[in-house]
Design a protein around this ligand. Sequence first.
Ligand code: TGC
Ligand code: FAD
Length: 391
Amino acid sequence: MAKYKGVDFMNLDSLFSKEELMLRDTVRKFVEEEIMPIITEHHRNCTFPKELVPAFGEMGLLGMHLEGYGCPGGTNVEYGIAMQELERGDSAIRSFCSVQGSLCMFPIWKYGSEEQKNKYLPKMAKGELIGCFGLTEPDAGSDPGSMKTKAVKDGNTYILNGAKMWITNGTIADLAIVWAKTEDGNIRGFIVEKGTPGFEAPEMHGKFSLRASVTSELVFNDCRIPAENILPGSNGLKSPLSCLSEARYGISWGALGAAMACYDASLNYAKERIQFGKPIASFQLVQHKLVYMLTEIVKGQLLAIQLGREKDKGTHNYAMISMAKMNNVKVARECAKLAREIHGANGISDEYVPIRHMLNIESVYTYEGTHDIHELIIGRYITGLDAFGSN
Ligand code: TGC
Ligand code: FAD
């Protein structure tokens, strides 16, 4: 198998700085040496390679675009590049870093007190503490504003009751950022540490997607936490949604990594696989698929780079992020499907990469806002009219 060299048809490397390219090559090498040899087994066994977490920390992959409190302080473009390379390995690896950095460290960084930032962020940046983010509930997925989890103030404590579902990292997390409604109906963020009485995080089983990621329920039964565990700056649904914007941005790059893995594997396979006395790459229908994949990847790369540059300048908005997440995950989904086709029967075997990416992308297409929800977010942004159904 030829060494993976990335996909750069349109000389887009010229849009990156030397430092950005160096970072990309470092993460690419890490994925090649540390992820690729083990990922199939983890996917087969539904296990997450937790032993790699300290290495993620050493490489500055956790809370990558956050400044201060021991965080790496990189740019948004650097964060995107790293997510792209990680997801080339597996969506579960990128998911871990997305959740840790954008969904758990970011809310503490943005809405936390000085004490909370000093207590958690340096250890989370090193991978010494693992976090998760509890927004989705059994009856509140696309519509998180309808959540039922409650936090009732009682003296200098809050009492949490409710349940979260589909929570990445839940069972292995040392702390959970939990979004709950206080008595006035406002949505606030709370830090709940592992081992707090009344809090459990059982792992969910039976997934056919993102199998190398831990996915859990979070259950709160009269779970009493200190009042100082509230994120003081959090206020309303826009607080968790702002965290989603950070993670969705990373996914818009990450998904391209999965698409690039599928394209690269397909090109190599098609040149080597002989049928009717010729490599299958010589057939027009196969070339059509390869060209389609490559063209969509290039368009997605341009979208990701432009969004990253805008985000670094602070001139982006959340509808732009929705467009990049929506489009690039769709590209990855189509590329994975075509890659599986090009691989024939081998395409359903996990000895080849397409089926793993194809299965993973079904989660990525659904989480962090489904494809259709992002379409509605953009639709509302351009028309000013809400088509979600609640108004
Ligand atoms: P809506 O009126 O739209 O918004 C309420 C307030 O929030 C503001 N806002 C945002 N702010 C920052 N970033 C965003 N992305 C924002 N979206 C909205 C908005 O301006 C408003 O502010 P204000 O000042 O007026 O109060 O609220 P809505 O109830 O109509 O919500 C609609 C909708 C559909 C956009 C939203 O709820 C949504 O995005 N739903 C999708 C849910 C979702 O994405 N869940 C993800 C859970 S976490 C996850 O999946 C992790 S997977 C991790 C992994 O493994 O990688
Ligand atoms: P639903 O909201 O029930 O949607 C079902 C279908 O209806 C979808 O096709 C949707 O597009 C469509 N639909 C819904 N509303 C509308 C509408 N108004 N108009 C048109 N169509 C609509 N959540 C967390 O909080 N933290 C996590 O760490 C996390 N990790 C996850 C990991 C995995 C592997 C998965 C699969 C999910 C994870 N999630 C997490 C949950 C994820 O964010 C939700 O699954 C997602 O937001 C969709 O919610 P739902 O599954 O309840 O689908």
